[in-house]
Ligand binder design. Structure first.
Ligand code: COA
Length: 452
């Protein structure tokens, strides 16, 4: 890799990108390029790309926009395969011609170009953090493609907090060459990514996106946050990344047809990613809710019905299993109410009973904090129950924990164990609904494919 514009000054973008590449543990060779200095961050620095004595796969360009075209030429002449242009100052400020010229030069040498106007890219399987975002990213299987720097950077920090890991973060900026369709094609076949999440303001080629999305969603879930859906929002997008945000209706129809899940907020998108990245397989539509609080059960039942999820009826056999786990005043209807005295062993038993039953396809388990139960103990019993089941059972389990700091801790423990966990019944149900929606879509695709 090369970093062109590898500044000697801490705090400058080129310096910070180089520092992240080194400190995140990239194992390949790293070549800083800067004509004004011999060494940066302990690495020998080269005056130009032409002096770099190696074949460079990717050059990160962090020099002012007026110098980018020349640097791209140098990269091409030196056999660089691809460039990522961090620099702003192109189409987004009316300099579309300069942007076109830069792309034209890259193409002349057969190089692909990411950006311009980006914060960089991260690929955790290769221990590559070529961004000026935070150094630490929780590794995992969500690939994030983002047209917003701030949202990409905040997601990188959020992964540490929520234990939802990322395989990649790709800042696409103005998408002058590499766009969402290219990246969808790549991540659809990337074994290190199992969910693709996109923050998008506009598309350059809707048709190409739809073709790539159709192929990708047949293999793994694709979640999109589409910004610029209102008049003022689309005006803001135009000056942010120079994008044409387009008609909301058209985007909605395109996403629906191609099985792309459209999230209405960043929170929703992240929640869906958390649920969809867990290693689940949905086989039917029988949803069971387990709770220790009647009210929370009612809220979850409402949210389920409003989102079209079917709360299953209870067979005598299931009733009998749950009756044994609760006092006489508990309820064996759906939502199953274990009552407020339910402890870790009761949740262990309930999760076992539900997840182990052939009648049940998916489970939402709700815990409301009570003075006589320890949330972290409950979480550890839930995790234990799932550990015992995981070898054979891949049906979805989503947890909701309502309460204070201790519940927060319990939710983190669950997430760390790969179990999606949320602080409200509505968010847990919405995450489950995303799972249902994706699997229904995929089943439909598979049915149509087998018919043809
Ligand atoms: N080849 C190699 N290095 C070069 C060079 C060239 N042709 N031209 C200049 N440099 C060196 C400079 O000497 C400097 O190093 P130094 O600090 O050790 O002297 C370094 O490259 C950076 O150049 P400088 O002119 O100081 O620019 P800068 O660091 O202030 O800004 C950008 C460069 C790219 C960061 C800035 O122009 C920019 O676009 N910022 C916005 C980026 C952004 O927000 N992107 C979108 C995020 S979502």
């Amino acid at each position: 890799m090369a970093v062109i514009g590898a500044s000697r000054t801490p705090g400058k973008i080129g310096h910070e990108i180089l520092r992240n590449i080194i400190n995140f543990g990239f194992k390949g060779n790293i070549y800083p390029v800067n004509p004004h200095v011999d060494e940066v961050l302990g690495l020998r620095c080269f005056p130009s790309m032409r002096e770099v004595p190696d074949q460079v796969d990717l050059a990160i360009i962090s020099v002012p926009s007026r110098a980018v075209a020349r640097v791209v030429d140098e990269c091409g002449a030196s056999g660089v395969k691809a460039v990522a242009v961090i620099s702003s100052g192109f189409r987004e400020i009316g300099q579309a011609d300069l942007e076109k010229e830069v792309v034209r030069r890259a193409r002349r040498y057969g190089m692909r170009l990411l950006g311009p106007n980006i914060f960089g890219l991260v690929y955790t399987p290769s221990k590559l953090n070529a961004s000026f975002g935070p150094l630490h990213v929780h590794p995992g299987k969500v690939a994030f493609i983002t047209q917003s720097g701030a949202i990409g950077i905040s997601l990188m920090s959020w992964t540490i907090l929520e234990h939802v890991g990322l395989s990649a973060v790709v800042s696409v900026g103005n998408k002058a060459d590499v766009d969402d369709a290219d990246l969808l094609e790549f991540f659809a076949d990337d074994p290190n990514s199992s969910v693709i999440l996109i923050y998008m303001e506009g598309l350059t080629s809707g048709r190409r996106f739809m073709e790539a999305a159709l192929k990708a969603t047949a293999k793994k879930p694709v979640i999109t946050i589409k910004a610029g859906r209102t008049k003022r929002g689309s005006m803001a997008a135009a000056s942010h990344t120079g994008s044409m945000a387009g008609s909301d209706e058209v985007y909605r129809a395109a996403f629906r047809q191609t099985g792309v899940l459209l999230a209405s907020s960043v929170e929703e998108a992240f929640d869906w990613a958390e649920a969809l990245v867990a290693d689940f397989e949905l086989r039917g539509e029988n949803l069971l809710i387990i709770t220790n609080g009647g009210g929370a059960g009612v809220l979850a039942a409402d949210a389920s019905e409003l989102l079209g999820l079917r709360l299953m009826g209870m067979s005598p056999n299931l009733r009998k299993k749950f009756r044994a786990l609760m006092p006489y005043y508990g309820s064996v209807e759906n939502p199953v109410d274990l009552t407020a005295t339910a402890d870790g062993d009761d949740y262990y038993g309930a999760i076992h009973a539900a997840m182990g039953s052939d009648e049940v396809d998916a489970v939402i388990a709700i815990y409301c904090q009570t003075p006589y139960t320890d949330p972290t103990l409950i979480a550890s019993r839930m995790i234990k129950a799932m550990e015992g089941l995981r070898a054979e059972v891949r049906k979805p389990l989503v947890i909701c924990g309502i309460g204070g700091v201790e519940v927060e801790k319990a939710l983190r423990m669950l997430e760390e164990a790969g179990i999606p966990a949320f602080p409200t019944p509505e968010r847990a149900v919405m995450a489950m609904a995303a799972l249902f929606k994706y699997y229904e879509y995929r089943e439909e695709v598979m049915r149509k494919t087998s018919e043809n």
